[in-house]
Design a protein around this ligand. Structure first.
Ligand code: ACO
Length: 326
């Protein structure tokens, strides 16, 4: 059977770190509140002109090196992001140029924190159809540029960075077994950046009203996330005649340690089967799964033939899961 197998992973985060204590000086919060309610201790923040395409490029180089292929072998580059360098052109085109991946088509995909899963699912469909053989899939964000550092309910959550995987067409049982994507636009108001688009272009008024920053009803998002992620995980397992017992590692979107714990509990997964790095990166949105996957891979937490469950949830609202036989 023709499948997409991950043959390389990579990641990159900016050097600058903001610790929980740093926030205490400019918003009404505490290290204790942040760590207890979210699991986050620190996050990496872009500076000195670093942006979504520069993290993406560095993550891609690292993934290509592990894959052992040159950039000109790539047929396609997809970047999952909601924080592109600019509205146009796409981050994927900047990365294509930086890598000199001259043969590759390139586009961005917007699905909030589910962006990487959506992008990987699209790439998998291209590979299974026989259209492309080697695809670079990146999840990358610079959400610090869209974060309101006067809003304590969101500013403590987000971090910057990028993760990448190289997918290759291969015959056999290993690779992506299935992906399941979901969306419900009725919940769009729960998590959005209302200003700066065609509905409400940048203006003096929109800037004064801080409309170009992330607005989130975190508590409502939390409740929908736990329910939807559980359903997505169980549906993916059922589709492949598998159960929670078959999972070797859960690599979940790192939004909140309590959300990940709730999913792990419902799937009856012991802590050693749940990968977490939210403590060091915060919520990096579309970058969080590929950064986590790269760390798990490089720390040898994943072995050949392991069953990996990915799941994510984000703006849209969107959510989804993927099962991978490594
Ligand atoms: N410091 C101190 N107090 C705070 C802070 C803070 N940083 N932030 C909020 N609070 C207060 C609130 O004002 C509230 O106070 P009140 O009771 O006096 O009104 C209280 O803490 C509880 O607030 P809740 O919002 O109910 O807190 P909750 O336990 O839900 O935690 C959080 C908030 C961390 C945001 C959580 O709801 C969450 O993680 N939600 C999911 C986020 C998510 O997954 N988003 C999707 C991906 S993001 C993307 O797509 C870009």
């Amino acid at each position: 059977m023709l499948r997409s197998r991950i043959i390389g992973t990579g990641s990159s985060v900016p050097a600058k770190v903001l610790c929980n204590k740093d926030f205490e000086s400019f918003v009404d919060t505490t290290d204790e509140w942040i760590i207890t309610r979210t699991g986050i201790r620190e996050r990496h923040i872009a500076e000195n002109g670093d942006c979504t395409s520069t993290f993406s490029y560095r993550a891609a180089l690292s993934a290509l090196e592990m894959a052992g292929i040159a950039a000109d072998a790539l047929d396609l580059i997809i970047v999952g992001t909601i924080s592109p360098d600019m509205p146009m052109p796409s981050v994927a085109c900047f990365v294509q140029h930086m890598l000199k991946a001259n043969r590759a088509a390139a586009f961005d995909l917007s699905a909030g924190c589910t962006g990487f899963l959506y992008a990987m699912s699209v790439a998998d469909a291209f590979i299974r159809s026989g259209m492309y053989k080697k695809i670079l899939v990146i999840g990358a964000e610079t959400l610090s540029k869209f974060t309101d550092y006067q809003d304590r309910t969101t500013c403590v959550l987000f971090g910057d960075g990028a993760g990448a995987v190289v997918l290759a067409a291969e015959q056999g049982d290993r690779g992506i077994l299935s992906t399941s994507l979901y969306a419900d636009g009725a919940y769009a108001d729960l998590l959005l950046i209302p200003g700066g688009g065609s509905l409400s272009p940048v203006s003096q008024e929109s800037m004064e009203n801080r409309q170009h920053y992330i607005k989130m009803d975190g508590n409502k998002v939390f409740k929908v996330a736990v329910k939807s992620l559980e359903e997505a995980a169980l549906a993916a397992l059922a589709q492949n005649n598998l159960t929670g017992k078959d999972i070797d590692l859960l690599v979940s979107h790192q939004a909140n340690v309590r959300i990940i714990d709730a999913i792990a509990k419902r799937l009856k997964l012991p802590p050693e089967k749940v990968f977490m790095n939210i403590e060091r990166y915060g919520n990096t949105s579309a970058a969080s799964i590929p950064i986590a996957l790269d760390e798990a891979n490089r720390q040898h937490r994943i072995k050949k033939n392991d069953l990996i469950l990915l799941d994510a949830f984000g703006a849209g609202l969107t959510w989804g899961s993927a099962l991978i036989r490594w």
